[in-house]
Each structure stands twice: as C-alpha cells, then as structure tokens.
Design a protein around this ligand. Structure first.
Ligand code: AP5
Length: 230
C-alpha cells in the first residue's frame, strides 16, 4: 500500500505516520527527517537545507525530489510506504507521479489532515523530540514524558526543534497555505483524497485514518461531510 500524508506543520503527521506505518507494515518516510539526516551528517546538501528550514521555507524542489527519489529506490519500499511531508507543491507532485510511473507503481490513498492554526501553534510550542530517535514525539502538556526531558521509550534526551520558534512556525504556515494546500487539487480528481480532522486524541485520529483508508476516499469524504453537518 502506498499512502501520502499531507497537512500543516504540527498537524500530527509524524505522530500518526509512525502508528499507521506500523499498523499497515509499510515503511514510514518523512521528508523532514530525510533532510535532518543530511544535516546530522554535515553534508553540503544538509547545510543548504538547514538554511531554508531555519527560515521556514521549502528546500529547493530539485534537491528535495532527488532525496525522495533515492529513498523510494530502496528495496524496503517494495511492500509499500507512507510518505509524510512530500509532495509540498505542484512541481513535487508531478515529480512523484513520474517516479511512481517509472517504477510501475501507483498511490492507494492521500490523507489530508485538517487542523485550525491556533492548535498548530499550541502543538508545536510544546513539542519535544528524542535525540536518539526522532520518531519518539512528546508534548509537554498533551503527551508529557514520565520523567521531564527524558524519552519514555529509550531514555534519550528530549529537545525542541530549531525551526519550532513561533515566528518560524508562522512562516511555515504561510508557505503551507500558499504552496502545499493546493496540492490536494492534484489528487482530488483522481478519487484518492480523504480529508480528516486532526483534532481529538491520537488514537481517535489513528482510527479515523485507518477507517478512511479501508473505506476509500469517496465514501469517507461523504461521511466526513455528513458528520460535520450534524
Ligand atoms: P517537516 O519536518 O516535515 O515538518 P512539518 O511538515 O512542518 O511538520 P511537523 O514535523 O512540524 O509536524 P507534524 O505534522 O509531523 O506534527 P507532530 O506529529 O510532530 O518539515 C520541516 C522543514 O523541512 C520544512 O519547513 C521545509 O523547510 C523542509 N521540508 C520538508 N519537506 C519538504 C518538502 N517536501 N519540500 C521542501 N522542503 C521540505 O505533532 C506536533 C506536536 O503535537 C507533537 O508535540 C505531538 O506530540 C503533538 N500531537 C500530535 N497529535 C496530537 C493530538 N492528537 N493531540 C494533541 N497533541 C498532539
């Protein structure tokens, strides 16, 4: 199964992606984490990406597309993948079409997480990540670790991302509104898109996402419309 996860910064993409990928036995590929791996290695690509990330801007398309294309060429995605944070604009969406066509594969679902911006600011302000494994995500109020500053899962030190300053988050939200939100129109006509609310508990949202994947886009979209009109 091949799934895309779209949504604003702080919507809970990473939190849900880890759980969904585990549940569906597919690889979780986070575009942001691929870039952070380059930053950790001190590569030239990483140094350049860091500048854009700290400014809250998208990394140039040609760089991002190359990084994702290389990742999707690895054998571990043969059973499927959940791609979180890519594509973020039309150019990237078209590049992904080309990559998938080249490997004779196709997408099964695109999940679009919807959340008010005020909640994004609250979620990102309190986010803490584990230095040993970035997939271990906490929140100082919503999902606090048992011991302050320590990861419950592996004991690693918790830290705050350098691009999580409020001024940078507001810029990331602007970029999301202008460049990424329109990407849903690339997938809607293909009947692949389901928009789900990212409000509520983590398990509740996971259940919503899994139900949407198993029902398929059109029926799930109808049910979302019905629920919101009640
Ligand atoms: P990236 O790392 O992808 O960040 P993002 O999209 O801004 O998303 P976040 O990681 O901030 O949030 P999330 O939705 O994963 O939320 P999380 O689960 O952590 O990208 C960073 C940068 O890299 C970009 O700005 C850009 O520069 C560059 N980049 C990446 N992809 C690119 C691309 N394709 N092209 C060009 N540049 C690219 O949750 C947030 C917090 O909320 C956590 O504390 C969590 O515990 C909490 N939380 C989660 N769910 C809930 C819930 N249900 N209730 C309460 N709290 C919750």
């Amino acid at each position: 199964m091949r799934i895309l996860l779209i949504g604003p910064p702080g919507a809970g993409k990473g939190t849900q992606a880890v759980r969904l990928a585990t549940h569906l036995s597919i690889e979780h590929i986070s575009a942001g984490d691929l870039l952070r791996e380059h930053i950790d290695r001190g590569s030239e690509l990483g140094r350049d990406a860091r500048t854009h990330m700290l400014a809250g801007l998208l990394v140039p398309d040609e760089v991002m597309i190359e990084v994702v294309e290389k990742r999707l060429a690895r054998r571990d995605v043969v059973q499927g993948f959940l791609l979180d944070g890519f594509p973020r604009n039309r150019v990237q969406a078209e590049a992904l079409d080309r990559i998938l066509t080249g490997s004779e594969s196709r997408l099964d679902a695109v999940l679009d997480l919807e959340i008010p911006e005020a909640e994004v600011i609250r979620r990102i302000a309190g986010r803490r990540l584990c230095r040993q494994d970035r997939r271990h995500i906490f929140h100082v109020d919503y999902s606090p670790p048992e011991a302050a500053g320590r990861c419950d899962l592996c004991g690693g030190e918790l830290y705050q991302r350098t691009d999580d300053l409020e001024v940078t988050v507001r810029r990331r939200l602007e970029v999301y509104r202008s460049e990424t939100a329109p990407v849903v129109d690339h997938y809607r006509p293909r009947g692949l898109l389901t928009t789900i609310s990212a409000l509520g508990g983590v398990q509740e949202i996971l259940d919503r996402a899994l139900a949407a994947i198993s029902r398929g886009p059109d029926e799930a979209a109808d049910e979302t419309r019905d629920a919101s009109s009640n």
